[in-house]
Design a protein. Structure first.
Length: 457
């Protein structure tokens, strides 16, 4: 059991977390013909859009209710109602997600009431699915905003089995898959390929590999997402043979989906490392009633060989981690499974999964906390997003990029971490970074003096 060390500072220095509205928008972007709309100022939306464009290097459809000084004081209900109307009228989307920001929450908005008023005032847009989610950016992180949006999608758009007439197992080959934001588009592609190896048809909720995969399209411009899970697929979830829930943050959503549909559910905290992937493969074998394919068994053997090959570089390596809770737990299990020692674990926000991690303590904080603790505990490798690169430079240790955002390496969002093959690649990459840490001689830490070059992917 890990000790959770709460924040003590009155501000963030070199922030680690990204905001909840970005997480909610990310979940929405995984559906076909969808538009997230942030209820806040134009600056809130512009900030989120910059993060997404730098990370995915793709055009991002993102709208704003454009609150100004007057609406912030007098109320912005009309901004929400008319904003939904304009998007529905001009873009004809399949899904609109209204996500609150810190400004709107402080002002005291009630987006659920705004949504009901929109439905009453404009019944001609009843064919457009619209959800409203409270995602204030003064609490939580990308992961919590994403999880809240997935939960609301299931609550609002997935029909109860008794009302829809669905029956678990009617679609014998369909498998529902709720996926955590820690999975990259590359991870999602690998996950779909693995499920299809068992002659199953995965329905990912949401599917960023279709909408943010970097493929070229014939359309010069689209005000909505192109690709992703169809909204109509949500009507069929009750007919699936099984549901897979990837990520502890989505457990509440998985429980709600099971309650509404009655479909048997399998829960996986993550898919990093040998044991986690063994659990997934055995679950797929059980659902499909098929033996594990020989190609999958060979990939497992290759991973075991890679674990032996990298043992002398990763064994007892002192690692400092910074990530959202789900990914922090996954990275810890992956590194410890390779023989490394996690000496620093910093999370962007509190979560129940952190207490079960096999580390001494988890700090709820920022990248300044990561840097100071890594110096104190003599970490030899830093694992974090692109904002952690500067920390590694000042510490004089290698860095392995993971998480969100990754803006200084082309294609970083497409890298695969899950499955036997993904784990094998990441372990070899980590070993390559770790080999540079051996000659480092630790001196008293000084952020001003320690300006050594970093080794990075």
């Amino acid at each position: 059991m890990a000790e959770i060390i709460k924040r003590q500072k009155a501000l963030s220095v070199n922030p680690l977390k990204a905001s909840q509205p970005m997480g909610g928008a990310l979940a929405c972007l995984g559906f076909d013909r969808a538009v997230p709309m942030l209820h806040g100022s134009q600056g809130c939306t512009a900030f989120a859009k910059v993060f997404f464009v730098r990370h995915f290097r793709e055009p991002i459809p993102l709208q704003s209710t454009a609150m100004d000084q007057a609406s912030s004081v007098m109320g912005a209900d009309e901004n929400v109602i008319e904003g939904i109307r304009v998007i529905a009228e001009k873009s004809n989307p399949a899904l609109i997600a209204v996500l609150t920001t810190g400004l709107a929450e402080t002002q005291g908005c009630d987006v659920q009431r705004n949504l009901r008023e929109f439905r009453e005032r404009y019944p001609q847009f009843n064919h457009v699915a619209v959800i409203a989610v409270n995602t204030p950016d003064f609490s939580g992180c990308v992961e919590t905003g994403y999880a809240a949006t997935v939960y609301e999608l299931i609550r609002s758009l997935v029909p109860d089995a008794s009302q829809a007439g669905t029956l678990p197992g009617t679609r014998q080959r369909q498998v529902n898959v709720l996926v955590s934001p820690m999975l990259t588009p590359g991870d999602l592609e690998a996950l779909k390929e693995l499920i299809e190896r068992f002659n199953l048809r995965p329905v990912l909720i949401p599917d960023l590999s279709e909408s943010l995969d970097g493929s070229l399209t014939e359309d010069e411009f689209s005000p909505v997402t192109i690709g992703g899970t169809l909204i109509s697929e949500l009507q069929t979830l009750g007919d699936a043979k099984a549901t897979l829930v990837i990520g502890a943050s989505l457990q509440k959503s998985g429980e709600l989906l099971q309650q509404k549909t009655g479909v048997k559910t399998y829960y996986f905290p993550h898919l990093y490392g040998l044991q986690a992937n063994d659990a997934l493969v055995m679950a797929l074998s059980e659902v499909s009633e098929m033996p594990v394919p020989a190609t999958i068994e060979r990939q497992r053997s290759q991973l075991q060989d890679a674990m032996l090959d990298t043992h002398f570089m990763l064994g007892q390596l002192r690692v400092a981690l910074a990530a959202d809770p789900d990914q922090l737990n996954a990275l810890t299990d992956l590194l410890q499974g390779m023989g490394a020692e996690v000496v620093v674990a910093v999370s962007a926000a509190p979560a129940a999964v952190l207490a079960g991690m096999s580390v001494e303590s988890v700090k709820i904080g920022d990248l300044e906390d990561l840097e100071l603790l890594a110096a104190e505990r003599r970490a030899q490798l830093v694992v974090g997003n692109s904002h952690a690169v500067a920390c590694a430079e000042r510490l004089g240790v290698p860095v392995l990029r993971a998480g969100f955002p990754l803006y200084d390496v082309i294609g970083a969002y497409q890298k695969t971490w899950i499955g036997y093959r993904g784990t094998r690649r990441r372990s070899c990459r980590g070993a390559a970074r770790a080999r540079y840490s051996a000659p480092i001689r630790w001196r008293r830490y000084s952020a001003a003096k320690m300006r050594r070059p970093s080794w990075s992917i």
